[in-house]
Design a protein around this ligand. Structure first.
Ligand code: UFG
Length: 330
């Protein structure tokens, strides 16, 4: 199959490009490189440098490369920033996705796999969270993803566009080879920050609250390894191409969670020295427990995550950060 991977130079996109090629598929990447890195791509992958806010460029790429399916990762992803700059988030994430949808139905009407997020659920009492849980995003970021999910479904109903939505939980880790990994312009994710603290780039790790209703008082999250998540995209796009499970939405997680303290303990063990830790007040908007009910993707697509051991997950992140303390910058 030939795939157009939009946002393929980013963290999750670049791991997916690699897994798609390992599965024998041909890949063309479209990315504006606002947060992605050309260095994260194999040297022989075609990179179209274009922005989803330029509809003509998107149509031109679809016409030029004639993909059999599209995988759409391109988005701004910071929850805090989305609250301060909603216009930028709605424009990039919603208008950009609308341009892509319009371009697909006007050119090739090929299947679409879309990157969504557990942030569409907001705070919920459901543990674990099934796909049909109530959706009340608490951030502009989560809202842009929910709006895009709804647009995609409307294009399916009106134009027959085949699609799969994948709702990611806490994506983490890096390629086991240690050559590609997380390199965002600003870091907010727990494991990434802990690795940077271990490297001495930050003074200490803050634990945002230890008075949550969880066994050790810190928040629990479902940490899914980026390579397993990449495999989920391969499974999803292959099923869509075969005409199976069209218009499905899947949670992607392990189905069990780890607390902030358990994650930091695992980092201590992997690094070999204890991190400097400090207790801080709760961070606004953090639900106590976010764990996926991932049974649907297991049943339909045979999703079978390989990285279920927290120590192993952290080890891959640590290998990447240790070898690339400044990300893709030399
Ligand atoms: N945390 C700390 N200290 C830090 C950073 C994080 O204690 O320095 C805590 C947070 O309070 C939270 C947990 O670690 O309890 C995980 O926080 P992250 O920022 O790593 O991730 P989030 O759970 O906030 O959000 C991530 C993605 C969202 C997605 C969500 C789904 O960023 O887009 O996972 O589970 F929706």
């Amino acid at each position: 199959m030939k795939l157009l991977v939009v946002g393929g130079a980013g963290y999750i996109g670049s791991h997916t490009v690699r897994q798609l090629r390992a599965a024998g598929h041909e890949v063309v990447v479209l990315d504006n490189l606002s947060s992605g890195h050309a260095e994260a791509l194999p040297g022989d992958v075609t990179l179209v440098r274009a922005d989803l806010l330029d509809p003509e460029a998107v149509k031109a790429a679809l016409n030029a490369h004639q993909p059999d399916a599209v995988i759409h990762f391109a988005a701004l992803i910071e929850v805090g920033e989305s609250m301060r700059a909603p216009g930028r988030y709605y424009r990039n994430n919603v208008v950009g996705s609308l341009n892509l949808l319009q371009a697909i139905v006007e050119t090739r009407k090929v299947p679409l796999v879309f990157s969504s997020t557990a942030a569409v659920y907001g705070t919920t009492d459901a543990v674990p969270i099934p796909e049909d849980a109530a959706m009340q995003p608490e951030s502009v970021y989560g809202d842009t993803k929910l709006m895009t999910e709804r647009m995609i479904h409307a294009f399916h109903v009106a134009h027959g566009l085949p699609y799969t939505v994948l709702r990611y939980f806490n994506v983490c880790g890096a390629s086991p080879a240690g050559d590609i990994g997380e390199a965002h312009p600003s870091q907010t994710h727990l494991i990434e920050l802990a690795c940077m603290t271990a490297l001495g780039q930050r003074e200490k790790m803050m634990i945002f609250g230890d008075d949550y209703p969880t066994p050790d008082g810190t928040c629990i999250r479902d940490y899914v390894h980026v390579q397993d998540l990449a495999d989920a995209h391969v499974l999803a796009v292959e099923a869509l191409h075969a005409g199976q499970h069209v218009a499905a939405t899947y949670n992607v997680g392990l189905g069990h969670g780890f607390s902030v303290r358990e994650v930091l303990d695992a980092v201590d063990r992997v690094v070999g020295t204890p991190l400097n830790r400090e207790l801080a007040p709760r961070r606004a908007g953090d639900p106590p427990r976010l764990v996926a009910d991932a049974s649907r993707i297991v049943a339909d697509l045979g999703f079978s995550p390989r990285f279920t051991d927290l120590g192993e997950i952290v080890q891959t992140a640590w290998n990447w950060h240790k070898g690339h303390p400044h990300g893709f910058k030399k």
